[in-house]
Design a protein around this ligand. Sequence first.
Ligand code: GLN
Length: 490
Amino acid sequence: MTLPTVPSVPSVPSTAAGIAAGVRGGELRAADVVEHHLAAIAAREPEIHAFNLVMADQARAAAAAIDARVAAGEDVGPLAGVPVALKDNMCTQGVPTTCSSRILDGWRPPYDATVVSRLAGAGAVVIGKTNLDEFAMGSSTENSGFGPTRNPHDTTRVPGGSSGGSAAAVAAGFSPVSLGSDTGGSIRQPAALCGVVGVKPTYGYVSRYGLIAFASSLDQIGPFATTVHDAALVLDAIGGHDPHDSTSIPEPHSPLVDVLDRGVEGLRVGRITDLPEGADPDVAERLEAAFDALRDAGATVVDVQVPAFGYALTAYYLIAPAEASSNLARFDGVRFGLRVDAPDTNSMYSATRAAGFGAEVKRRIMLGTYALSAGYYDAYYGRALKVRRLIHDDFARAYMHADVLLTPTSPTVAFPFGAKGDNPLAMYLCDLYTIPTNLAGHPGMSVPFGTGADGLPVGVQVLAGTLDEATMFRVGAALERAALGPKGAA
Ligand code: GLN
């Protein structure tokens, strides 16, 4: 029997680090890397719907330019030829940016977000814009104006949200890394449900210039990756001060890729003894295994308390909608996207907003407007800000006794479509363990740590104090080593 001849296709490493090393070294062409990923997208994207837009032509052109520069002897950067998928709430010059909302129909940003230009500067190739819950409000992508994304591990289930498209794109092998935004858990929760690494950096670590705002005092951009090392590589490329974002931290960050092998010997890993209940037994079991793994690796497990942790969800659902109601006031049919014509300006505003926004966005705008209204401001928004201060102070006390804290990322594994459909509170509870960190402004990451019910991925969340990404990544790397080791895989 003669075997059919197969054209020689260069094998493409699965990690960003492997791709960048190959492209920089001249052994791998960025053009082949892009074709490899476009083929993966062609094979499975109709089923997954990770993308609002696949930028095949632009990606091919960018890859060709990188190959030309490598051929000319240039060093094209630490992400040379690495495809990156961007959550579709990050501005890309001349390329539709929708926030998965009908209200931005037809709008093309006149500039690139800072993260987009930094990725390009590091040699990365943007491969597409990913689906999300409309304006990043949700935990399942079911609130997208363009239909949900499906979880690559089980397409009858959600990928999490709101950055579900970015998480699914990495889990499905459409791109080795992607970017999401996290206001209350939108990077970490979908990372957990899709079995990939997801990082929310300290507030101000990454510029938000060109990120369409949801809740400005909480929003942060961060990476998804299949390895902790790749997540560090991307964060190193996009982090750092940006004069265009007044909330970006002026001090330079030291490279996170350098700390990953330092181990956890002597680190204190905190167990929150008053953590709100709600995690399913399979998830709780993986958290215990994570504590054991870190103990085996030389860390000490200590008990800490964060009494205000349990009030975070309530405070968040006043603060985030309040800020959203203000941020989304600009989408009124005048300057951006959709306009529904009407006889006078006021009717045009309301017709446009009625047609353009989905149900959850409208709910948040109403909640937020109410919380900020005269007579209720002190009772709702003002009280929520006081709770936020308590949460911040409680975490600060906990970090006097522990270097990092470990919690579940999500209370459950990926759930079926429609499971929480008519119950907003059930959906909001998906972020029970992720939201407190956003209110405190601290970093958090989700690391895959085995599987739970139905063989679905479980993520463990590592939290650290302000700007202590280095310790968080050391612990993340140790968990990853343990998960890949003999005792880790559940
Ligand atoms: N799921 C939370 C919400 O709906 C968090 C969203 C986010 O982090 N963008 O608000």
